[in-house]
Ligand binder design. Structure first.
Ligand SMILES: [Zn+2]
Ligand SMILES: [Zn+2]
Length: 241
């Protein structure tokens, strides 16, 4: 990890130093935020689900999704809570903020990996369908994975594919989300993940249905362990339908 931190320092020095939210010049990219914006950021430091890392009520151990669904990933973590200005931040990630924003956010992934001692053999990312990727021009999860891999001196495995065009998850309720992404993902080269421990990256986790289906495909392809890190996760909203 010391090696990782050395690389991180180098990267931080190289990156254009602007606040990821308001764009003002900042001294360095240690956090990526200016002094004003950082006060508005929800860091995911509170009480979280033991399985998926979603912020939950202090009386609970697991969130509703992990209580009721079959969970294929082993653990999930996120540095930010998807609320307030973090929603704006993720919007920048999805629809084009300043260049280098994912390089800075990859530092947060690295910190989560270090903090939780996540051991992994390979890094994967949640794929888009070819059509969606053509429309947007890039897959933010893939760029995040590439930026993170540069920090640790490896390359991401591009083996997950999205087989069907799904509706946008944001528009759907919990049950619909589950059905929408059910068996939507597959692994193209199973030998690359067989007996491997996988670190799976994405930008946001809402119910975890997308991550869960990617993890299901990876486990069926022989992966021994799948740990997910998303930049942000939606706090528990007590939806039990
Ligand atoms: Zn700012
Ligand atoms: Zn959970």
């Amino acid at each position: 990890m010391t090696k990782l931190l050395q690389r991180l320092t180098k990267l931080t020095a190289m990156t254009d130093c602007k606040c990821m939210l308001c764009g003002v010049d900042i001294f360095d990219n240690a956090t990526g935020f200016c002094d004003e914006c950082i006060k508005q950021i929800s860091f995911n430091n509170g009480h979280v689900c033991l399985r998926c890392g979603t912020r939950i009520a202090p009386t609970q151990s697991f969130c509703a999704n992990c209580n009721f669904d079959t969970v294929y990933f082993d653990k999930a973590y996120s540095p930010f809570v998807y609320e307030g200005d973090v929603v704006k931040l993720i919007y920048q990630v999805k629809f084009g903020g300043h260049a280098g924003i994912l390089d800075v956010l990859a530092n947060y992934v690295a910190f989560m990996v270090d903090k939780h001692k996540i051991d992994f053999d390979e890094v994967c990312f949640v794929p888009m369908t070819q059509q969606s990727q053509r429309e947007r021009g890039y897959n933010q999860a893939q760029i995040l994975a590439q930026s993170f891999c540069e920090l640790v001196g490896t390359t991401p495995l591009d083996v997950l594919v999205k087989k069907k065009q799904t509706q946008r998850q944001e528009m759907l309720g919990r049950a619909e989300r589950k059905k929408n992404v059910d068996n939507a993902f597959a692994v193209v080269d199973k030998s690359k993940v067989k007996n491997k421990s996988i670190l799976l990256l994405d930008d946001v986790k809402t119910t975890g249905a997308t991550l869960n289906n990617c993890a299901k495909a990876l486990k069926r392809a022989g992966a021994t362990r799948v740990v997910c890190v998303t930049l942000a996760s939606t706090p528990q909203q007590f939806v039990y339908e």
